[in-house]
Design a protein around this ligand. Structure first.
Ligand code: FES
Length: 319
């Protein structure tokens, strides 16, 4: 998985509109008019809202528009405060520290795609649909949501792409027919899905018989964590700084190395954003993130140190 260099930028919120019930669409620009770093479909950025509140949002504008970054934010009443801050406190003209872009949900080349989006999970998927169209691929997008009025970008997508886009409001049409969509394994077809955990879990279940690597999902919320493989503590050797740090059972590696005075970038601290991704040079990892694919986890060459741990007494990391 590539780790793109990321920028830390002071951007201005230049446009704020309503995208759907409970969804605001925000556009950011550099106040000097400078171009923003390039990004690819599936990328996200961090909005650093306060010193304690950093949240990740998928870019959902046009990668060819180098002057603007656009995100859409759903107000989550039961969330941890990020979306409420965005909805209640951010106004046009405000300056916001923005980090990124970062992409752990890259669109791989393929002649055919099935895109599935649930609710605000449409944000990375809509940029992928545009990219698939531009590449001349054969694609379909099924977009589910509670009701039509809650589904941002639905009308625009249908206006642009016609019957390649199936809008599936639950109150009109019930749940997406996943057996009909995924029941038959199709060659040379990649499936990309983003949305709430029950949809991701259902899609994962229906892709059981698909070739390894065909399904790509992105989670906004962390998976439920099981008990660590190793109950005891372990040591982490930091190859670049020459330190060795003890990680106690109740501590994360991120906490232990930070306490030892090693500066590490982090954001979500729950294994969903990829900010703390660190190369593994030795030892075996108990992967507990919600980001790496099964193949990437099995490769054992990178880990999210905010949640993942060691299965062995000692790990060596590139830090
Ligand atoms: S800080 Fe987000 S994955 Fe570790």
């Amino acid at each position: 998985m590539p780790t793109a260099p990321e920028a830390v930028l002071d951007l201005q919120l230049t446009n704020r509109t309503t995208g759907a019930d409970g969804v605001v669409v925000l556009e950011f620009r550099d106040p000097s008019g400078a171009d923003l770093p390039a990004w690819t479909p599936g990328a996200h950025i961090d909005l650093v809202l306060t010193s304690e509140l950093t949240r990740q949002y998928s870019l959902c504008g046009d990668p060819a528009d180098t002057g603007t970054w656009r995100v859409a934010v759903l107000r989550e009443a039961l969330g941890r405060g990020g979306s409420q801050f965005v909805h209640d406190k951010l106004s046009e003209g405000d300056h916001v520290t923005v980090r990124g872009p970062r992409n752990h949900f890259e669109l791989e080349p393929s002649p055919r795609y099935v895109f599935i989006a649930g609710g605000i999970g449409i944000t990375p998927i809509l940029t992928m649909a545009r990219a698939a169209e531009n590449a001349g691929a054969d694609w379909t997008l099924v977009y589910g949501g509670r009701s039509r009025s809650s589904m941002a970008f639905a009308d625009t997508l249908v206006a642009h792409f016609g019957d390649k886009v199936v809008v599936h409001p639950q109150d009109e049409r019930g749940l997406i027919d996943l057996p009909g969509l995924l029941g038959e394994v199709r060659d040379n077809t990649l499936v990309y899905c983003c949305g709430p955990a029950p949809l991701l879990d259902a899609v994962t279940g229906h892709c059981d018989g698909w070739p390894s690597g065909a399904l790509h999902i992105e989670r906004f919320a962390a998976k439920d964590l099981e008990e660590p493989v190793r109950a005891e503590g372990f040591e982490v050797e930091l190859a670049l700084s020459g330190k060795t740090v003890a990680v106690a059972p109740e501590q994360s590696i991120l906490q232990a190395v930070t306490a030892a005075g090693v500066q590490v970038l982090s954001s979500c601290e729950e294994g969903t954003c990829g900010t703390c991704e660190t190369a593994v040079l030795g030892g075996t990892v108990d992967h507990r993130d919600s980001l790496l694919t099964a193949d990437e986890q099995a490769a054992n060459d990178t880990m999210m140190i905010c949640v993942s741990r060691a299965t062995c007494p000692r790990l060596t990391l590139e830090m």
